[in-house]
Design a protein around this ligand. Sequence first.
Ligand SMILES: [Zn+2]
Ligand SMILES: [Zn+2]
Length: 562
Amino acid sequence: MKNPLLNTGELGIFALGGLGEVGKNTYIYEIEDQIFIVDAGILFPDEHLLGIDYVIPDYTYLLENEERIVGLFITHAHEDHIGGIPYLLKKVNIPKIYASGIAVDLIEYKLLEHPDIKPPKIEEYKSHYKYSFKHVELSFIRLNHSIPDMFGFVFRTPQGILFHTGDFKIDFTPVGPAAEYDKLAAIGSEGVLCLLSDSTNAERDELIPSDSKIGKSINELFSRMSGRIIIATFASNMYRIQQIIESSVLNNRKVAVFGRSMERAIEAGMQTGYIKAPKDTIVSGEQVNRVKPNELTILVTGSQGEPLAALSRIANGSHRQIKAMPGDTVIFSSSPIPGNQEGINRTINKLFRLDVEVITHGPLADTHTSGHGAQQDLKLMLSLIRPKMFIPMHGEHRMLKHHKELAMDCGVKEENILIMDNGDVAAITQDSIRLAGKVTAGEVYIDGTGIGDIGSTVIKERKLLSEEGLFSVVLSVNTQTKKLVNEPTIISRGFIYMKGNEEITQSLANEAKKIVVAELGKKLYNELNLKQAVIDHLNQKIFDLTQRRPLVIPIVVDLKST
Ligand SMILES: [Zn+2]
Ligand SMILES: [Zn+2]
């Protein structure tokens, strides 16, 4: 059994998520009859998906080919690479998860929140390990990124070497362990058949500053502050958290931590040794108000303006322990993820109202750097690996296109580069690459704890509700006497003011009345038909009168038994 799109001698590479978007990275390598899944991420939706917490890939292909799956291989612990794991495990039988370092801890934490899942064994790989499968040998190359323990994957296949970078940047003065450039050069000179590389910053030509530079700049900033410092960053960025702790210690400050994911990150970071703090540096939430303002750093979640995060609560004045006040400085050690700018601006405006100083990353204050390499970094990768074939990954379509240009500049032939969408299958032999067709690859919406119970109709209704309002009409009928018992009652929200629009309301009530009478008079009365008729007629009538399309909801009450 193998993928019918692939001919004998071809291996397949495709994505269920990650191509044409930044998020839900899930890449599939099909080598002979075996399936290797690389990462299982989620995507944080932008505001047009109302009330949706996140989006995961459609796992149908994996479910249908379950018995061929060798394992799930995790490059690193960012949510766009591990956030989908619980949902994948609920749906598909995965024999083993391979992960390294901090990713093992963070996956374990994540699975604790889903006690209904019986997780497979998590095999912890190290950068010098090699795993042999039936047709493939897998080894690892450590690279630098904004979270510790990020590894690229080297697949040695019958067709040749495939290299999957994961997320990376070139940082010659990293905060943690150095990247294994020697291994990159070694597989490059051995000959790499196909490279898949991170395209997130392929449009940017500037140099991405080293993480250690940001540490210096944060320290510098701290030394100038005289009041409390409230600093927000990504909970997954252990290096940054460590830099913030170090700068606090150097400037005689204690550190208080707020926000569940931040507390969890500190715990995991301390266990793995990525976060170290001298004894008594970290103070508890209860102690926090006993520390002098100039001796306190408050480390919080909410750098993306997430409404429930600690920083947003502080800005709202609804945080239990921290009340922001003049003299405080709030530092964003982060940059906005596309789609989040509005939420961040809301938080910043609220902080300004509280007369708090706000510092965001910008030309005046280097408080953040990207974890994704820009053009120079990507070209260095291409030059070291010197791949025959190239598939840009991890990026929106235009980023993938820019990355293709860079690859051509570095000598990859245009006919050997494929820009793909999720579901497109690349079929590769040792000397050819072609688009072989498509497998199922859609989006599944997650709202609260349900999986995929939210269809696109629900999203449409929520959109309608938020933009056009709601129009509901209550119809009391007696199906025995076939009569309308009361005048229709009209309820509207976010659509028109009832007051001052009595004329419209009355004419809509009359319209509803006419329909009810007509429907009740029919030989075969059916409540569903009545509702549909009310919706159809009122939709049209409301549009004629107001040029708007609210969500119309008829409520039928049958009073026959009373
Ligand atoms: Zn990442
Ligand atoms: Zn990523």
